[in-house]
Write a protein that binds this ligand. Structure first.
Ligand code: SAH
Ligand code: SF4
Ligand code: F3S
Length: 460
């Protein structure tokens, strides 16, 4: 049943926020709300925000400027519009948001999402509610499950949060402050959520957490389970053809997780393992707690467990004190690992983090120049990796119709979009596809007669 009241939600930042936005929608559905794609017609507008870099945080205020006009128009028409700010900017800035943008009625942090209907009801009566406590209760116990229709509408690939928060305190990062201390959900709750998704048609699950491989939730035997153990259990859920996890920290890659990559055919051979820098001096200043050599050793061990494994990463250029020599170390690390893709950023000093107070900040033009060089190098490796897929046959999970009639789009094991002429009934299936052409942003392939997914070796 769709509700009469309408809400609009816009998500910024990481997959945790994307997942949280779905869970907020799931809380609002039983309260009589249905989602709309246009803020103008919504009674409740929610921005689920990201604080990771200055640009990300500032986006919220420009969006609030646009929403102010919509709210004024709604009021002229005699209907109200409740404006709420959730996510990491809400947690970090609290009441300051209402000071800068007085149209905001409600500010609430990631630990309060299960209370959303109640907060909306309160905000209709009180001015300027700010809810950024870290309550004792476990929000996951109170969050509503999505309906079958909601799961279907979201597609065959789903995120499931298994761990939240971070205790690592990298000196550049706001996450430990906005998301709080690390907590893991019990394995039984995660398995039940995955079973619910699988029963509604989900075929691929990505386990997510700010520091996902620090997972240590209570297992079926009452002991703390590692991420490897959890993955082995989830691999048994009927209907789940593919598993992924993100984002992991090199320090928490243990033998058990490496072994899981060798054992589990459904664990996709593509791993996002942020390294940030290739210089030991900068890694230490960032408090990453591992060296360049240790990172490279982890990559080697993972490749020994599964030869077709490819890697992506995150990089920050221009951390305080980074010299040209440090930066060159990052460039040689990129060549050594030959990443299949990466996200890269200029260092952005964040209020309250140790990095922001360091005196040897790098000039903006130097950061920009290094970022351009790094991105060119990553592009080269990505192109080479994609070109290496030509002629290979691997499993493609079909997600939706493609741009051309008769075409479907799916994802390769390496998350590349693949366009294939295939009947619509294949959506939700993993089919064997032979790659016939490499485009700028996607691959093209043909259904192969080979039985089942075949993962050709893609060593570098
Ligand atoms: N938990 C993950 C990443 C979290 S944030 C990890 O440990 O790697 C996602 C990415 O944003 C980071 O990997 C980092 O590359 C980037 N990032 C975080 N803080 C930043 C900052 N202050 N300036 C620039 N980039 C930043
Ligand atoms: Fe931030 Fe570091 Fe934690 Fe990742 S591990 S979320 S970069 S503090
Ligand atoms: Fe951004 Fe918060 Fe995610 S700061 S990256 S939305 S954890």
């Amino acid at each position: 049943m769709t509700g009469q009241r309408k809400f609009f939600i816009k998500s910024y930042g990481c997959q945790m926020n994307a997942y949280d936005s779905h869970r907020m929608a799931d809380m609002l559905a039983p309260a009589g709300f249905s989602e709309t794609a246009t803020a103008a017609e919504a009674e409740v507008v929610i921005l689920n925000t990201c604080h990771i870099r200055e640009k990300a945080a500032e986006k919220v205020y420009s969006e609030l400027g646009r929403i102010r006009k919509l709210k004024e128009a709604a009021e002229r028409e005699g209907r109200g519009m409740l404006v709420a700010v959730a996510g990491c900017v809400a947690q970090a800035e609290g009441r300051e948001i209402i000071r800068r943008a007085p149209i905001v009625d409600l500010v609430f942090g990631p630990q309060s999402y299960h209370r959303l209907p109640e907060l909306i009801a309160r905000a209709a009566m009180e001015d300027g509610i700010v809810e950024t406590e870290f309550p004792i209760e476990d929000k996951f116990d109170h969050l509503a499950a999505p309906s079958r229709e909601a799961v279907r509408a979201r597609g065959v690939s789903a995120f499931v949060t298994v761990q939240e928060g971070c205790d690592k305190f990298c000196t550049f990062c706001v996450v430990p402050y906005t998301r709080g201390a690390e907590i893991s959900r019990p394995a039984s709750k995660i398995v039940a959520e995955v079973e619910h998704l699988a029963a509604a048609g989900v075929r691929e699950v990505t386990l997510i957490g700010q520091n996902v491989n620090a997972y240590h939730g209570e297992g079926a035997d009452g002991r703390a389970w590692s991420l490897g153990r959890l993955l082995r259990r989830i691999a048994l859920v009927p209907g789940i053809a593919r598993l992924r996890y993100t984002t992991s920290h090199p320090r928490d890659v243990d033998e058990d997780l490496i072994a899981a990559h060798g054992e589990l055919a459904s664990l996709m051979p593509y791993l996002h393992l942020p390294v940030q820098s290739g210089s030991d001096r900068i890694l230490a200043a960032m408090n990453r707690r591992h060296s360049r050599a240790e990172y490279l050793d982890i990559i080697d061990r993972l490749r020994r467990a599964r030869a077709d494994l490819a890697f992506s990463s995150d990089f920050i250029v221009g951390f305080p004190g980074e010299t040209e020599a440090d930066f060159k170390q990052t460039m040689t690390l990129i060549d050594q690992v030959a990443f299949a893709g990466a996200f890269s950023f200029k260092y952005s000093p964040r209020p309250g983090t140790p990095g922001a107070g360091l005196h040897d900040q790098v000039a903006e033009d130097v950061k920009a120049e290094r970022l351009a060089r790094l991105q060119d190098r990553i592009d080269d490796h990505q192109k080479r990796f994609n070109a290496g897929c030509l002629g290979l046959t691997f499993g493609v999970l079909f997600e939706k119709p493609g741009r051309h009639p008769g075409q479907l789009v799916g994802r390769s094991p390496y998350l590349q979009p693949v366009n294939v002429m295939a009947p619509a009934k294949h959506v939700g299936e993993v089919a064997s596809v032979t790659i016939s052409d490499i485009g700028a942003n996607s691959l093209f392939g043909n259904l192969s007669s080979a039985k089942g997914p075949c993962y050709a070796s893609i060593g570098t």
